[in-house]
Design a protein around this ligand. Sequence first.
Ligand SMILES: [Zn+2]
Length: 396
Amino acid sequence: MARQAPQAVLRWSGAAQLLEVVRTEPGITRAAAAQRLGIRSGGATELVTRMRQARLLDETPAPAQGRGRPTTMLVPHDEGPLVLAADLRAADWRLALAGIDGVPHVVTQAKYAGRRLAPVLDQLADAIGKIYRRNTKRIRAVAVAVAGTVSDARLVQFTPRGWNDVDLSVLTARIPERAGVGLLVGNDATLAGLAEARSGAARSASTALYLMVAQGIGGALVVNGEPLTGAHGAAGEYGHMPLGDPALVCPCGARGCWDLSVDGRALARHRGDTAPKDPVAYVHTLVDHPRRDAATVRAFEAVASTLGRGIGGLVNLHDPEVVTLGGAAAMLKAAAPSAFDDAYREALMAFRKETPPPVCDAEYGEEGPLHGAVALALDHVTAPAALADWVQRHHL
Ligand SMILES: [Zn+2]
């Protein structure tokens, strides 16, 4: 992005605020948006006109409500900015496009091209380059959600595929540098937590804890709509806190990690099975099975208790208004609800036991990381300096 003069940035700060309102309340009318911003209707009309000319927003007639004056709904402009979100999951990857309304539309999805890292990065960079060329002028940021530990733009540890220390900036190698397209990288659980806090099950909470079980457990504490990501984006490794069995050594190098005691691998261990290749599929299979034998019931109880006890500890630590569960976590809680509840309450400090924060299912489920990546990219694209850059690039 080209550096913008301070007055240009200032000129677009009202627009940035209006876009934030539109993102928070999709389908909001112009009148309601003006009210949220505390501006008069004349000011709102002027602002919206300027934003239509800048291809940032458009208006469509709002469905009539009562006998009030007809009003219009603020919607993304047909030629407005787009963001590209990539979701790098354990077994496959997908790419989605979204406009300023933040709704991801998946455009490509595929399995990884083999076990080796270099061909996979090539495959992804190609796919991203292709989508970029079809939307050259419009894509302004690429955000990557990855099921591994992320530090700055590096993927430090991607356990499911055994990759370490990967520079993800190569993913935008097919996009010319002069295009000034931003690249943002985040851990999948952190981004899913962001999505829940912005527009999902935790949307009205000022402090929300999100936890997601896949292979291991990750999460994010989101405060006033921003995830705590640490100095390098690597915070939120809840799975590597010693809330598990101290006899077990984790692939991360630490002992007693929570990761090993709250997922499909833990269920298999308790049942005397070999470690499953796909721990999430293993949980699904056991949950869907019409009959549960005693060993499976005990395995679910053991895992749900370890999950509940750890969450109690984290509630003591973070004091969230709400805890949301994504991935397989909600299923594990539901598979042994009393074991979960007992362990959760027992772990809470006495003064919290009366009104413990609710532990709810996440709204976006598997789509959380994608929604979060879009939100992260849009934060970048709708900042005042980025809007000034957009207008300058398009000569609007
Ligand atoms: Zn660990």
